[in-house]
Design a protein around this ligand. Structure first.
Ligand code: R5P
Length: 290
C-alpha cells in the first residue's frame, strides 16, 4: 500500500496533525523562509518519493500567501517524486468572487481553481458554491466536497437539543435547514439583502413564535459577522431568550469575533484555526483519505 505523509501548511498545522493521527500517517510541517528580496523558499521536510503527499492548506488568515505556498508545495511534492499529491483545503478560499459584479473584476474562483488543479486531487468542506453547483465546473482535477452537516447536527443534538435553528439568509438553508432536519429540530430561514461587503439587511418572517425561544443561527462562513449580527439584533427585539451562532468556517475578519461574542455565544468547526473552533471535522476528511 502507498505510504502517506501529511504536511501542515501555514496556519493549518493543528488540523493536519489531527488528520495524520486519524489516518495513522506520518506528519511534518511545511518549512518556509524568505530570501532577502522577500521571495518564498519552501521545504518539505520528509521524503515523499513514491508516496501519497497530503498537503493541508486552509485559506486563512492570509489567503494570498496561503495560495502561493500551496501552489509551491504541490509543485515541490511533484518535483520530489510523490506518486500522488492531494490538497486538503478545509476552507477553500477565493470561491466567493464567483461572478463579475462590476466591470473589469476578475472572476477569481475559476482562476484559482485552475491553478490549484495542479494537485492530483482536492478535498474540501462546504465550499462557497452559490452560483455553480459543483467544483468540477471550475477544477480540472478530481475534487471531493464534504459537508459538516452531520457533524453539526450531532453537535446540536448533544449541546443544543432544546433550541430552534435559524438560517440567516436563503443561501444558508443548505446548512441551517439540513442540519436542523438531521438533528430533529425546528428551523426557519430568514431573508437577507446585501448592500456592500459590510452592510446587510435581514428580514425576519416566522410562523413559529420566537418570544422566549433559544436559538442557534447556522451559516457556512462567518466573515465580517454582519450576516449574524443583523439577525441577532432583530431576534432580540422579537424576544428571543438566547442566541448561539454556529459557522462551518470561522474567518472572523477584523474584530468580527469580539463583536459577535458581545451579542451571542459563538462556535465554529476547526476548518480554520480560531479561539472558538470547538467542532472537530477531521473525521470526515480522514474517511475520504482512507
Ligand atoms: C454568503 O453567501 C455566505 O453564506 C455567508 O452568509 C457570508 O459569507 C457571511 O459573511 P459576513 O460574515 O461577512 O456577513
Amino acid at each position: 500500500m502507498m505510504k502517506t505523509v501529511v504536511f501542515g501548511g501555514c496556519g493549518s498545522e493543528r488540523f493536519a496533525k489531527l488528520l495524520a493521527k486519524r489516518i495513522k500517517a506520518s506528519y511534518a510541517p511545511v518549512r518556509t523562509s524568505y530570501f532577502p528580496d522577500g521571495e518564498l523558499l519552501l521545504r518539505l521536510p520528509a521524503d515523499v518519493r513514491g508516496k501519497h503527499a497530503v498537503l493541508v492548506y486552509s485559506f486563512q488568515p492570509y489567503p494570498g500567501e496561503v495560495l502561493l505556498e500551496a501552489l509551491i508545495a504541490i509543485g515541490a511534492a511533484k518535483q520530489q517524486g510523490a506518486k500522488k499529491v492531494t490538497l486538503v483545503a478545509p476552507y477553500l478560499g477565493f470561491m466567493r468572487q464567483d461572478k463579475q459584479f462590476h466591470a473589469g473584476e476578475a472572476v477569481s474562483n475559476s482562476i484559482v481553481a485552475r491553478l490549484l488543479s495542479s494537485a492530483d486531487m482536492l478535498v474540501t468542506m462546504d465550499p462557497h458554491l452559490h452560483r455553480i453547483k459543483s467544483l468540477n465546473r471550475i477544477f480540472s482535477t478530481k475534487t471531493t466536497t464534504l459537508t459538516a452537516n452531520q457533524t453539526l447536527a450531532d453537535h446540536l443534538r448533544r449541546n443544543h437539543s432544546d433550541k430552534m435553528v435559524v438560517g440567516p439568509d436563503e443561501e444558508s438553508s443548505q446548512w441551517a435547514a439540513s442540519v436542523a432536519k438531521l438533528a430533529g429540530l425546528p428551523s426557519i430561514v430568514l431573508k437577507k439583502k446585501r448592500y456592500t461587503a459590510t452592510k446587510v439587511r435581514i428580514i425576519v418572517k416566522s410562523k413559529i413564535p420566537l418570544k422566549g425561544k433559544h436559538v442557534v443561527i447556522v451559516d457556512d462562513i462567518i466573515s465580517t459577522g454582519h450576516t449574524m449580527i443583523e439577525p441577532i439584533k432583530q431576534l432580540k427585539k422579537l424576544g428571543v431568550k438566547s442566541i448561539t451562532c454556529i459557522g462551518v468556517h470561522g474567518v472572523f475578519a477584523g474584530n468580527a469575533l469580539q463583536d459577535l461574542k458581545k451579542l451571542a455565544m459563538v462556535e465554529t468547526t476547526n476548518t480554520i484555526h480560531n479561539p472558538v473552533a470547538r467542532i472537530d471535522v477531521t473525521k470526515a476528511f480522514a474517511e475520504t483519505l482512507r
